[in-house]
Design a protein around this ligand. Structure first.
Ligand SMILES: [Zn+2]
Length: 564
């Protein structure tokens, strides 16, 4: 019997309320049940279970899902393990596989060993390869730093594969490690003719490699990373973090650069609190990883267009994650690696006097002033620390001439109460029309077509809700049960939150949908009007009378069209 059918059977036979009351103390509250959340600590219950929809949702920490999700989370099981446990309980027979968790643990151990052996192998190869050593020497790297970062050389030609096979590793383990891969002509090395940079977890264990070609016009992309494996999720690791942690604590801040060589050179020049994302833009998960070490970040990027875009995105993400961040833009064409080698450490440190805070960075950007102020306000609205928020607001006011009062009104309009401070019991916190619509979509499959015909995801302002709608619109109209595996954890939380919060009568649904869509459209119109008002204020400050008149005309037109 395959697991897919078992899941359906399990859900048919087991009631979520029965199962969960075996774990936690559920109390009836209207149509739903409530409890103290087992996934975060709280004094008043914000954990809700809906027997109608067979889902749970915590308004405190955002945890949500069905009975399988709950058991996975509570017992810390994988999906198949949780399904098996529930199947046993429901009296459904499933072929017993060997205990998955111990199998997974032992695979993990073997993969770490493969990486350890590969790392030593690559280091030896580097020692024996003059061309590769020359390349690193030309990049100005000393033997010390090469040793510290354990740089190596991957010769390719199946050399790594032969070595690891000889040590007794199975091909399936080697493929699972990502260091070898299967091709039409059989198994071969992933990294060929490349300098390799070991990527370590915080404990300093090698979990992946980055590889760079040393010859121009060589085969394949210039940079290549290990594929994602059981050990390696590239969106949550930072290159150099195992070596930079202590210095981050000591100096009280982290430096984020773009590339591996930037970080290595920075360490060589004594700037040892430096790390880099792994070939992508900084992610939320990486920011979370830094958080235990420091909440201050200096971003060091090239001042070209890509660098500026990366700074904008990273600043926004860091402030939202609770960091205070600044930016150092190096002269065009320079990255920390080239800058340090040309000008040295002291010149680099002197550059720190040119570091820009959030507000100065944004106000210095080229482009429409109103868009810039709007982006700033949006970022500030997401800052959770009230003191940081009001400092930033004051700074924007001082530097733009817009009154603090006006900025604060804008902020209040943008600020949504984040899910983790919302109390499930409070009815004073009305659900937004967008979330309400999502709840209806998920709860009443028979009305899905009406919603799809009436509104497009692009019209949804709330990014989280829009993302879920986009995914839902790309799938055939399915009930919540079947779509949950297609949503990631955060999307699932948004979906269960909306579905659980919904409380309407079946015969009101159609009217509710229409009301919601009207509210969403009205809100969009009001936002467009506020944008125009902001543009007008800025134009007035600059004495641009023609522009002011033009904007006022646009505003009048919009008001007329909106019938308001
Ligand atoms: Zn919770």
């Amino acid at each position: 019997m395959d697991l897919g059918n078992v899941v359906e059977d399990v859900k048919e036979r087991l009631d979520i309320v029965d199962v969960l009351s075996g774990y936690i103390d559920l109390r009836r509250a209207g149509r739903n049940f409530k409890a103290l959340c087992p996934f975060h600590s709280e004094k008043t219950p914000s954990f809700v279970v809906s027997p109608d929809k067979q889902i749970f949702h915590c308004f405190g920490c955002g945890a949500g899902g069905d009975v399988v999700t709950f058991v996975m989370k509570y017992e810390n099981l994988t999906f198949p393990e949780a399904v098996r446990a529930l199947a046993r309980r429901a009296g459904i027979k499933v072929e017993e596989a060997p205990a998955a968790s111990s199998a997974a643990r032992s695979l993990r151990k073997r993969l770490l060993e493969i990486h350890r052996e590969a790392c030593s192998f690559y280091e030896d190869e580097l020692r024996g390869n003059a061309q590769a050593r020359d390349y690193l020497r030309r990049r100005g790297l000393t033997d010390d730093v090469i040793g510290e970062f354990r740089l190596g050389f991957a010769p390719g030609g199946g050399a790594l594969l032969r070595m690891l096979r000889a040590k007794g590793h199975s091909d399936s383990d080697l493929i699972a490690s990502g260091l070898c891969r299967e091709t039409e002509r059989g198994v071969t090395d992933t990294f060929r003719n490349r300098i390799v940079f070991p990527i370590c977890n915080v404990r300093g264990e090698v979990i992946a490699f980055g590889g760079r070609t040393i010859a121009d016009g060589a085969y394949g992309p210039k940079y290549l990373n290990s594929p994602e494996t059981m050990l390696f999720k590239k969106s949550s690791e930072l290159f150099g973090l195992n070596l930079a942690g202590a210095e981050m604590r000591r100096r009280g801040y982290a430096i984020i650069m773009e590339g591996y060589l930037d970080v290595i050179t920075a360490h060589q020049y004594g700037i040892r609190n430096s790390v880099a994302p792994l070939g992508t833009a900084l992610t939320k998960a990486q920011a979370e990883r830094l958080k235990s070490l420091t909440k201050k970040v200096l971003l060091v990027f090239d001042s070209d267009e890509a660098g500026i875009k990366a700074s904008e995105r990273s600043l926004s993400l860091l402030y939202e994650a609770g960091f205070v961040a600044k930016v150092l833009l190096l002269p065009p064409g320079d990255d920390p690696d080239t800058f340090l080698r040309k000008h040295g450490r002291d010149a680099f440190r002197r550059k720190f006097t040119e570091v820009l805070g959030l507000v100065d960075f944004f106000l210095g950007l080229p482009g429409e002033r109103v868009d810039i102020v709007r982006s700033l306000i949006l970022i500030i609205s997401k800052v959770t620390d009230g003191i940081v928020r009001s400092d930033l607001t004051r700074e924007v006011s001082e530097k733009t001439g817009l009154s603090e009062q006006f900025l604060r009104e804008e902020l209040n309009l943008l600020r949504k109460t984040p899910a983790h401070v919302r109390d499930a019991g409070s009815t004073s916190q009305p659900m937004s029309a967008e979330r309400f619509l999502l709840g209806v979509y998920l709860s009443y499959p028979e009305h899905v077509d009406l919603i799809r015909e009436s509104i497009s995801p692009a019209e949804i302002e709330d990014e989280e809700v829009r993302a879920v709608f986009e995914k839902l619109y790309s799938l055939p109209g399915l009930p919540l049960d079947d779509i949950s595996p297609r949503l990631d954890e955060h999307e699932l939380s948004v979906a269960t939150g909306a579905a659980v919060s919904l409380d309407i009568d079946g015969d009101e649904v159609e009217r509710n949908i229409k009301d919601c869509i009207r509210t969403i459209r009205e809100k969009r119109l009001r936002k467009r009007l506020r944008d125009l008002e902001l543009e007008i204020r800025i134009a007035e400050k600059r004495g641009e009378t023609d522009l002011v008149n033009n904007l006022q005309d646009q505003m009048n037109l919009l008001i007329k069209e909106g019938g308001g």
